[in-house]
Design a protein around this ligand. Structure first.
Ligand SMILES: [Ca+2]
Length: 190
């Protein structure tokens, strides 16, 4: 929980509190002493603060489910059966499994930080890309599809990458397609 969030929530509650107090006085439903009694306000603020704390901790975990879709063929890339020893906390015992574990770790890292009710499908593969002894392409990734003018789009006539468009729409705008295509260089380290 950030201090900024708590401050913002408290400010909103205070505006609501002031509004309710003013409304009650104008309508004559409550005594004016509600506004002027320090003891009443203090008790009220304790109650409001408790409500804010309960509200914040009752919120669901903000996250997204990122699914790694293995697009490699048999015995290559993410399916490379070459035996290797576990290294750097990666328990995989083949090159392919270690590569997949890295993808999965990245998916979990970003999944915990992004917000979407729609699963994000990442088509993942390792292929031979540009590589020399001194330089090379590590990899690249990008959206598979773009959408615009869908229900929930914040700005008209503007394209959004599919994962973002799905999150804003609250539904999968193209369930048959992956959202992100990621290719990393199978020649690095060989
Ligand atoms: Ca491949």
């Amino acid at each position: 929980m950030s201090g900024k969030l708590l401050f913002s929530a408290a400010a909103d509650v205070r505006r609501l509190w002031n509004y309710v107090s003013l409304r009650d006085v104008v309508s004559g439903q409550k005594e004016v002493s509600l506004l002027t009694s320090a003891a009443a306000r203090q008790t009220g603020w304790r109650f409001v603060f408790a409500l804010v704390v309960v509200f914040i901790f009752a919120q669901p975990i903000r996250a997204a489910n990122i699914i790694i879709v293995n697009r490699d063929g048999p015995d290559e890339g993410l399916n490379d059966p070459t035996p290797v020893a576990p290294v750097g906390g990666n328990p995989g015992t083949t090159i392919g499994q270690q590569r997949l574990n890295v993808f999965q770790r990245g998916a979990e890292f970003w999944g915990a930080r992004l917000v979407s009710s729609v699963p994000i499908r990442v088509a993942a593969q390792f292929n031979s890309l540009s590589c020399t002894a001194n330089a090379g392409t590590l990899g690249s990734a990008g959206p598979v599809t773009l959408f615009r003018d869908f229900a929930g789009a914040p700005v008209a006539k503007t394209y959004y990458a599919s994962a973002l468009a799905n999150a804003l729409a609250g539904t999968d705008l193209d369930p048959a397609a992956d959202d992100i295509d990621a290719t990393f260089n199978s020649d690095v380290g060989t």
